[in-house]
Design a protein around this ligand. Structure first.
Ligand code: PEP
Ligand code: MG
Length: 324
């Protein structure tokens, strides 16, 4: 742990003037569990389930998945664990399930794969629901949603899986279901999606990539990849406003949420939960505890009127350094 920060472990993520936010972690490997608990995470905002699939040479069985998911749920209970259904394609591939897309980020990815293969989806969701027995802290999240239809189809399958598990005699509740907002289309469907699902979670890694047409892994264009780009900030603001109209909570689970200055802007927008790599959690908490929310809201209003992402980034850092 970073020196001096460990004392914040059990302190609330709260501004000087008392506005609170929930800080969660992104997990995937078993080792993430201890690192997260050590830093006082209030649950998991993104459990990347493709990771246990990637380290094997075949699809894990329903029972194998149940055991893995149970470990996550039990470690963080009573806090919630948001499990994302398989998000393969793009930059995440399985050796035993090759996808040959010429343009993988615009190809067969995330929910598209699992809606085309409901047998893979059903096994996974049944394993998640079974794993939650007696804990009740599971939330299910759908990746790469571009339309309401995809969300509804997936919700329908999850409901069916829940009925099946109940028919097998397990006493489990139907988990809340949410969608990732990470494709520009879903930004403009945010209100309709918020009406139908239990939560939205913005994946700023992909959202930045798709809004700016900048491959998130291409070094040649890395300098153009900027989550302070006005298009990204306005998209985020729009999602939060639309979700608020429907009283649907919004999280951010992209890398941006783990960057202290950006995290403060997200908090000023009204984001309810920030989910990040455990290594950033205490840094973000320290930044939150050093400012007034009114100060950060003024800063947000200023930057929403600016039109250069690089200038915005340095301006925010400068103002926050001066303040804290
Ligand atoms: C994202 O896209 O921001 C995200 C959190 O998901 P991943 O990085 O796994 O694509
Ligand atoms: Mg993503």
């Amino acid at each position: 742990l970073q020196a001096g920060l460990e004392k914040l472990r059990d302190e609330p993520a709260q501004t000087l003037d008392g506005t609170r936010i929930t800080l969660q972690v992104n997990t995937g490997l078993m080792t993430d569990i201890n690192r997260s608990l050590e830093r006082g995470a209030e649950g998991v905002g993104l459990y990347r389930t493709e990771i246990p699939f990637m380290v094997r040479d075949r699809f894990p069985s329903e029972e194998e998945q149940r055991v893995i998911y149970r470990e996550q749920l039990a470690a963080f209970a009573p806090h919630s664990v948001t499990m994302r259904t398989l998000d393969i394609g793009g930059d995440k591939s399985l050796s035993y399930f090759p996808i040959e897309d010429e343009n993988p980020f615009l190809g067969w990815r995330g929910i598209r794969v699992t809606l085309d293969h409901p047998e893979i989806f059903m096994v996974q969701v049944r394993a998640m629901i079974k794993a939650s027995e007696g804990l009740d802290n599971l939330r299910i999240m759908l990746p790469m949603i571009t339309s309401v239809i995809e969300a509804e189809e997936a919700q329908h399958l999850i409901h069916r899986a829940w009925l099946e598990v109940r028919d097998e005699g397990l006493d489990v509740s139907m988990p809340p279901v949410g969608v990732m907002i990470e494709v520009p289309a879903s930004v403009y469907q945010a209100r309709a999606l918020a009406q139908r699902v239990d939560f939205l979670s913005v994946g700023t890694n992909d959202l930045t990539q798709y809004l700016l047409a900048v491959d998130r892994n291409n070094r040649q264009v890395a300098s153009l990849y900027n989550s302070y780009h006005p298009a990204v900030l306005h998209a985020l603001m729009h999602v939060v406003e639309q979700a608020r109209e429907e009283h649907t909570p919004v999280s951010v689970c992209g890398e941006m949420a783990g960057e202290p200055s950006a995290a403060l802007l997200l908090m000023a927008m009204g984001v309810d939960v920030l989910s990040m790599n455990a290594s950033n959690l205490l840094k973000v908490k320290a930044a939150i505890r050093q400012v007034d929310i009114s100060f950060v809201r003024r800063l947000l209003n200023e930057v929403l009127a600016m039109d250069n992402g690089e200038v915005i980034g340095s301006y925010v850092d400068l103002q926050l350094t001066k303040a804290g």
